[in-house]
Design a protein around this ligand. Structure first.
Ligand SMILES: NC(=O)c1ccc[n+]([C@@H]2O[C@H](COP(=O)([O-])OP(=O)(O)OC[C@H]3O[C@@H](n4cnc5c(N)ncnc54)[C@H](OP(=O)(O)O)[C@@H]3O)[C@@H](O)[C@H]2O)c1
Length: 256
């Protein structure tokens, strides 16, 4: 019986937990406020789900999804995650996370920073370039003609192959974007980031511009559309986007 642990059980964590359960995988969810605050989520997911502390979720998982704001990455339980294959969904948003000079300057990537803290873990960046609402609507069984592809990056080839298998069980093809040092290729606002999974790829950029203006002016925030049916980005197209995208450092981004 396989178990997927979660540190962070918000939009992305719960979307992935649902897919895991549908694939016959048990899930152990955790967050910062304690297992009791996840009772309703666990009840909604059914008997394959339970809640625990981050340390317990880390120890229970055959793989562990880390899906927290970047600012919380230093609080991740490094000892409990040592030796584990960790799926890192984290993106860097300075307006939420505060500024990290090494990321603003491009000296390193978000996932290398997380890997540095989780030195004993085998980190694979995954599921960071797709909006949470597209995860359930685009998941398809292996071999489906309209199956979407997601990029992964990591320094340990065996861990990366295992994660590709897991992601296939969850409903997506994968494209290997290389080691963590190359994972900037699908960080926020690069070409493979979020937009190519939208029916109209201009939608996210328009939303980012509106969000930026709302943050500047204090106007009410308009949330991104969550009813878009999505587009199944094929692996070949994703490979091209990964190869050709320019790097987007904080200063080059619409929303940072
Ligand atoms: N939403 C998206 O569409 C999307 C897409 C791709 C990638 N991402 C990235 O994935 C990550 C998660 O995004 P999200 O939208 O799922 O965020 P979210 O809904 O805000 O959920 C964040 C989760 O992290 C938990 N958390 C925060 N600090 C923690 C800590 N120190 N220890 C354990 N758990 C902690 C929160 O628990 P509490 O509520 O108890 O604090 C919550 O369960 C972010 O880095 C985000 O940028 C998001």
């Amino acid at each position: 019986m396989a178990t997927l642990g979660f540190i962070g059980s918000g939009n992305i964590g719960t979307a992935l937990a649902r897919l895991a359960i549908a694939a016959g995988i048990d899930v152990v969810l955790s967050n910062s406020r304690g297992p009791q605050t996840l009772a309703e989520t666990v009840a909604g997911l059914g008997e394959r789900a339970r809640a625990a502390t981050p340390e317990e979720a880390a120890r229970a998982g055959d793989w562990v999804v880390v899906s927290v704001p970047l600012a919380a990455c230093r609080k991740l339980p490094a000892a409990a995650l040592a030796g584990k294959v960790v799926l890192d969904t984290i993106n860097y948003y300075p307006m939420r996370d505060g500024h990290f000079e090494v990321l603003d300057s491009g000296k390193t990537t978000t996932s290398e920073l997380v890997q540095e803290h989780l030195a004993g873990a085998k980190l694979v960046k995954a599921f960071n370039n797709i909006n949470d609402h597209h995860i359930p609507v685009l998941a398809r069984p292996a071999g489906a003609a309209d199956r979407a592809a997601l990029p992964i990056a990591g320094n340990d080839p065996q861990a990366k192959a295992g994660v590709a298998d897991l992601i296939s069980r969850l409903g997506f093809d994968t494209v290997d974007a290389g080691p963590l040092a190359e994972s900037w290729r699908f960080e926020p606002e690069t070409d493979p980031y979020v937009a190519p999974y939208f029916t109209d790829p201009d939608t996210p950029r328009a939303t980012w511009v509106k969000l930026r203006e709302a943050i500047r002016t204090g106007a009410p925030l308009e949330t991104p559309p969550s009813d878009d049916p999505g587009t199944a980005l094929p692996a070949a197209r994703l490979r091209t986007l990964l190869a050709e995208t320019p790097r987007k450092l904080t200063a080059d981004r619409v929303l940072a």
